[in-house]
Design a protein around this ligand. Structure first.
Ligand code: NI
Ligand code: MN
Length: 238
């Protein structure tokens, strides 16, 4: 199991939402807390946040972005079109970027990666184009790299992410239906070359049927693989 660097803590808030605490900063990935049925009550207010990384504009990844940007002053990283939409809602502390790029945020480096998924933003009775769905490799101060794939199917360019960005740990959806399920996620593990996986985007709704045990079975050929068993609210490291 890849150990998180000393002083770094990764907390799962349920679904695809995580807090990374590192170097005295707090980074929220995919802000969905208030309406997130998997998020423990005591974490629905995630506290002070220095930065938010948004993978895509679906409600279960962005719902609380506008409110939390206002209440915390956090810098918000997202793809250009999603940033433009956030700007239209009054969020001005944004870093707009695009796939393949790297930005400095909260003392870390965020590399934006591709995802095979959609990215419409529900805004009232309309769906606004939010750009492409994405993921991030978050490179901490000491070089440790954490990959949050966002919602995605498996894709062969995950091998490039493995080769170029060399993530130490991967947060991967396994629920199926809206993303890859356990069999595809096992192939993602092989393509990425990671040995520590935190499953996400499962169990929140009845259709998200994949389980960490399913992933363990599908990836039983991967020597040394650790599939973390976090309950929402639980942490690695810290
Ligand atoms: Ni989605
Ligand atoms: Mn989703």
């Amino acid at each position: 199991m890849a150990e998180l660097p000393g002083g770094t803590k990764l907390t799962w808030l349920g679904h695809a939402t995580f807090i990374v605490e590192t170097g005295g900063k707090r980074i929220l990935i995919d802000p969905w807390v208030m309406g997130n049925p998997a998020c423990p009550d005591e974490l629905k207010d995630p506290g002070p946040i220095d930065a938010m990384l948004i993978t895509h504009g679906h409600f279960d990844h962005i719902s609380d972005a506008v409110e939390l940007a206002g209440s915390t002053g956090a810098q918000v990283v997202a793809i250009a079109e999603t940033c433009a939409w956030l700007g239209s809602k009054g969020v001005d502390n944004v870093i707009d970027m695009n796939i393949g790029g790297t930005v400095e945020v909260a003392g870390c480096r965020a590399h934006m990666t591709a995802a095979v998924h959609s990215c419409g933003i529900t805004d009232g009775d309309r769906i606004v184009y939010g750009g492409s769905a994405a993921g991030y490799v978050l490179e901490l101060e000491d070089g440790f790299k954490l990959y949050h794939s966002g919602d995605t199917a498996v894709f062969s360019d995950m091998a490039l992410i493995g080769k170029l960005l060399e993530p130490d740990i991967a947060l991967l959806p396994i629920g199926d239906h809206y993303t890859m399920g356990p069999r595809s996620a096992a192939e993602a593990v092989r393509l990425l070359g990671v040995r520590t996986v935190v499953p996400m985007h499962f169990g929140t709704f009845p259709v998200l049927v994949g389980t960490p045990d399913d992933l363990r079975k599908e990836a039983s050929d991967v020597a040394g693989l650790e599939v973390a068993d976090l309950a929402p609210g639980a942490s690695l490291g810290g």
